[in-house]
Ligand binder design. Structure first.
Ligand SMILES: NC(=O)c1ccc[n+]([C@@H]2O[C@H](COP(=O)([O-])OP(=O)(O)OC[C@H]3O[C@@H](n4cnc5c(N)ncnc54)[C@H](OP(=O)(O)O)[C@@H]3O)[C@@H](O)[C@H]2O)c1
Length: 234
């Protein structure tokens, strides 16, 4: 299968790319350009799979549109789109700024919408066409100090539910995975006080992605929440 993974330079995105590489899929990898993204591509190739790098800034509408245009002109077909790139913010509401709202909405909610809308023509001919969105437990519940992040993930979850009902009759599978705290830069960056050993490993999320991509049933939306016993997001 040809699989596009956004946010592939590190964390969950890299773990997903590497697990899918072991199954011989062709990986299209995106995030902002960086040595880390190149490293993911190297690791994918080391596992015997093809890796293509298509950098973009997912907070920037022009950059996402340019990415979609390039893919539509250079790739012949796409089976799986994994909308994973994201940013978080931990701050009391009165310390959040309008630009934080715009940035988190842009990357966490608008970029999956833009990318999916633009890439549907590439996916239409696939008999495995699947859109998998990485949301969060904050997409279902409110968490203190995470109001902006929570709003953006609620938007992603609501959009995914509608997308599932709209596209399922055309043969699409829509999945949403909503992890609790995962041991990546996202958490250690904003909450250095947290004990990373108490968090879920990114490889565990990647295992769920791989499992969902093996589903061939007619189920409309597979919505998986993964959390440890703690009800804290992180
Ligand atoms: N970690 C958690 O506890 C947790 C829990 C629930 C859900 N999630 C979700 O899981 C997804 C992956 O997060 P993670 O934990 O793996 O975080 P991470 O390690 O910080 O990785 C985030 C990924 O998104 C990319 N990204 C960030 N800003 C970008 C931008 N402006 N343009 C393009 N790419 C950008 C990063 O690439 P560059 O910075 O190199 O561009 C990186 O590849 C996110 O949607 C996040 O909300 C995470």
């Amino acid at each position: 299968m040809t699989v596009l993974v956004t946010g592939a330079s590190r964390g969950i995105g890299r773990a997903v790319a590497l697990i899918l590489a072991r199954e011989g899929n062709r990986l299209i990898l995106s995030s902002r350009p960086s040595p880390a993204l190149e490293e993911t591509a190297r690791l994918v190739r080391e596992r015997g799979a093809e890796a293509l790098i298509y950098p973009a800034d997912f907070t920037d509408r022009e950059s996402v549109s340019a990415l979609a245009e390039k893919l539509c002109s250079q790739i012949t077909g796409l089976d799986v789109l994994i909308n994973n790139a994201g940013q978080a913010l931990s701050a009391p509401v009165e310390e959040t700024r309008e630009e934080d709202w715009d940035r988190l909405m842009a990357i966490n909610a608008r970029s999956p919408y833009f990318l999916t809308r633009a890439l549907l023509p590439l996916m239409e001919g696939s008999d495995r066409k699947t859109i998998l969105n990485i949301a969060s437990v904050v997409g279902h519940e409110g968490y203190p100090l995470q109001s902006v992040y929570t709003a953006s993930k609620h938007a992603l979850v609501g959009w995914s539910k509608s997308l599932a009902r709209e596209l399922q009759p055309r043969g699409y599978r829509i999945h949403v995975i909503s992890p609790g705290g995962v041991a990546t830069d996202m958490v250690t960056g904003v909450r250095p006080d947290i004990d990373a050993s108490q968090l879920i490993g990114p490889e565990e999320i990647a295992e769920w992605v791989r499992f969902l991509l093996t589903r061939t049933g007619k189920g409309m939306v597979d919505h998986i929440n993964i959390r440890r016993e703690s009800r804290q997001a992180w």
